[in-house]
Every structure is written in C-alpha cells, then in structure tokens.
Design a protein around this ligand. Structure first.
Ligand SMILES: O=P(O)(O)OC[C@H]1O[C@](O)(CO)[C@@H](O)[C@@H]1O
Length: 241
C-alpha cells in the first residue's frame, strides 16, 4: 500500500484531486468510483475548480457511486443523489446517463442490488475508486462482519455509523437504518483504490488498518490484499512517525 501523508486537509484534497485528474486526462473514458461522507468534499471542490479553471474534461467519464440510503428519494436533501449533484455532478460535464447511483427507493431492493452489480461488471470495474473509512473500519457501507465475498447488497447500518452520520440530519431517528452498498468483492475489483483519511478521529482506524491482517471484523483491512491502493492521509490521521 502506497501511503501519502499531507500536511493538512486542504493538501489532502488537492492531492486526491490531482490523482483523479491525472486518471481522467490519461484515459478520458475512465470509470470512476465515487464516495460520499465528509472527507471527499474538499476533493470534489478541487475537481470543480479543475473543470472550471483548467478545462479538465469529464464528457467521456462514467461514474459509479458506492452507496445510497434505503428509503430516501433522489431529491431528499440527505440522499447521496443530492450530495453528489450538489457537490460535483451539477458542476461537471459528466453526461447524466453515465452517472450511476443505487436507487434506495427501489420496490425490489434485492433486484436493484443485482442490477447495479451487473452494470458495474458490464461497464466497470472502476479504473479509480475513491473510498473513505469509517471509525469502525467500514468502507462504503460495509460494516464490520461483512463477508469479503459480498457483492452489492442491502445493509443494516451499525448504530455507530448512524450516530456518526446524524450530523447531516435533524436528529438521529431521521438517519435511515439501511443502505445499499457495493460489496467488498465489488470494491476490490477496482483497478486503483484511493483511500482518504483526515482528522484525529480517524487515527485509530488508520492505525488498525496498518497493523492488522485482513479480517472481516475490520472491513478496510481487505485493502491489504489489493495490488494498487493509495492511502492519502493528513498528518492528524497519521499514526506513526
Ligand atoms: O468521510 P466521513 O464523513 O468520515 O465518512 C467516512 C465513511 O462513512 C460513510 O459516510 C458512511 O458512514 C462513508 O460513505 C464514508 O466513506
């Protein structure tokens, strides 16, 4: 695993943006796997600047998002559809038909997962997958205990994850209890994975990742079995000198 330590969050965001832009400039029809949560927000801001000021072209890119809450419509302010539109897609020239996010309102959620996985297999895998890490080691919404063989599936969110994400909702009881997420096996098919960790609250998770062998109780540990992972962390989330 390659590890890049940046001096702060701003530098982390610029670094990840540079990796993404290099990917897209080198291969204009790249498939990008994108993440939500607080950590990639700075990266998306930098990408928008890159599009507006440096003319980075996304017209041939395809995007797949990692996950979506079950029960939130695409126009709900806290759905990941809204998050991606508000922070990225609204500003870039990725054609709408090449943007893929699971439908958390699907009547048949199992079918939605199977269709999403099929689409990923048909068009993907992502050339570059962006990932955040949960304090409990989750990647996407794959909570501790998720099988490493999992494909896109419906998950029950861990109480700690709901609590961590309650900051985006008016109260904890408004945070959905389930989500659709790409599985661990799905994520591992990506050609290059860039894992972002920022802030002292991620220190323990980064330390556990570095110190542990792959095990299903700490989902991010599977990344040690992947041939091309870049961990980009700022100093406050760096556990060792
Ligand atoms: O970047 P954050 O907000 O710390 O979240 C870390 C991870 O947790 C999630 O938001 C899910 O809780 C993921 O989407 C994200 O990768």
């Amino acid at each position: 695993m390659e590890i890049i330590v940046t001096k702060d969050y701003r530098e982390l965001s610029r670094t990840v943006c540079e990796i993404l832009e290099k990917q897209v400039i080198g291969k204009p029809d790249s498939v990008l796997g994108l993440a939500t949560g607080g950590t990639p927000l700075g990266t998306y801001e930098e990408m928008v600047k890159g599009y507006e000021h440096r003319g980075v072209d996304y017209s041939c890119v395809t995007a797949f998002n990692l996950d979506e809450y079950v029960g939130l419509g695409r126009n709900h302010s806290q759905s990941y559809h809204s998050y991606m539109n508000d922070h990225l897609f609204h500003f870039l020239n990725i054609p709408k038909e090449r943007v893929h996010i699971p439908n958390g309102m699907a009547e048949d959620l199992e079918q939605e997962c199977a269709t999403y996985e099929d689409k990923l297999n048909e068009i993907g895998p992502p050339d570059l997958q962006i990932l955040g890490i949960g304090a409990n080691g989750h990647i996407g919404f794959n909570e501790p205990g998720t099988s490493f063989a999992s494909t896109t599936h419906v998950v029950d969110l861990a109480p700690t994850t709901r609590k961590a994400n309650a900051r985006f909702f008016t109260s904890l009881d408004k945070v959905p209890e389930q989500a659709i997420t790409m599985g661990i096996r799905t994520i591992m098919k990506s050609r290059h994975i860039v894992l972002l960790a920022s802030g002292s609250h991620k220190l323990k998770a980064v330390k556990t990742l570095i110190d542990s062998e792959p095990n299903e109780q700490f989902p991010a540990s599977i990344l040690k079995n992947h041939p091309h992972v870049t961990l980009v962390t700022d100093k406050s989330a760096k556990p060792y000198e």
